[in-house]
Design a binder for this molecule. Structure first.
Ligand SMILES: C[S@@+](CC[C@H](N)C(=O)[O-])C[C@H]1O[C@@H](n2cnc3c(N)ncnc32)[C@H](O)[C@@H]1O
Length: 205
């Protein structure tokens, strides 16, 4: 087995489930009241699945350009065939979430505009941010194990808080909250890998 496969197996066995469970709780704590939610760029679906356990009264759908969703018996999954076109009509969901998706695109605005289009009111984003080159490099290191071995396009396209603010303004989305410092890692990793580099933002049309 090659290094890449070993890393992928290690990540899936020891990390991704715990990460999804913790992040789902953080997301649930920040969600505006909603009965329908789309998790766009859901990946394998661990986060969407755990979110459905934390928010049992919300009907959760999921989509991704890659069809590797593992919860088709539990949640509605739609395979997205175009990068910048979510396969849903305008205003289909109360909330659309983009969790650690935008930094896997070269230009955030087209996908953010799509999230806004299919949402009736809110777009909720969990993603990375950095304040200096050291944090940028730490984010690169965090992104490699979960993405490169799985073949996910990873351009290391992280934004500073000011750049995020500018992107939200260009998308004409009002920022209702922007909380940095969310943490899904064990406490001993927090000083190095968490700092203020992960956030959850609630945006409104
Ligand atoms: C790091 S994974 C995050 C998966 C999941 N949201 C999570 O946090 O566990 C990034 C995902 O974004 C998806 N993605 C990238 N560009 C996308 C696009 N334009 N539209 C939809 N999904 C996209 C990738 O296929 C990948 O599954």
């Amino acid at each position: 087995m090659g290094f890449s496969q070993t890393l992928d197996r290690f990540y899936n066995r020891h990390w991704s489930g715990k990460r999804a469970k913790r992040l789902a709780q953080i997301l649930a704590d920040h969600l505006p009241p909603c009965t329908t939610l789309l998790d766009a760029g859901c990946g394998k679906g661990d986060l969407a699945f755990h979110l459905s356990l934390c928010a049992p009264h919300t009907a959760i759908s999921a989509c991704d350009t890659v069809d590797r969703f593992q919860y088709k018996n539990h949640l509605n999954f739609v395979h997205q065939t175009q990068n910048d076109r979510l396969p849903f009509a305008d205003n289909s969901f109360d909330v659309v979430t983009l969790n650690f998706v935008l930094h896997h695109t070269d230009d955030y605005l087209p996908l953010l505009a799509e999230a806004k289009r299919v949402s009736r009111r809110h777009v909720v984003i969990m993603d990375h941010t950095h304040h200096n080159i050291v944090e940028y490099l730490i984010l690169c290191a965090i992104d490699i194990p979960g993405n490169i071995p799985a073949g996910i396009y990873t351009p290391f396209n992280y934004k500073t808080p000011a750049q995020w603010t500018d992107i939200f303004a260009k998308a004409a989305l009002a920022v209702r909250s922007f909380q940095k410092g969310i943490c899904w890692m064990p406490a001993f990793l927090k000083p190095i890998f968490v700092r203020k580099m992960h956030f959850v933002a609630v945006l409104e049309k």
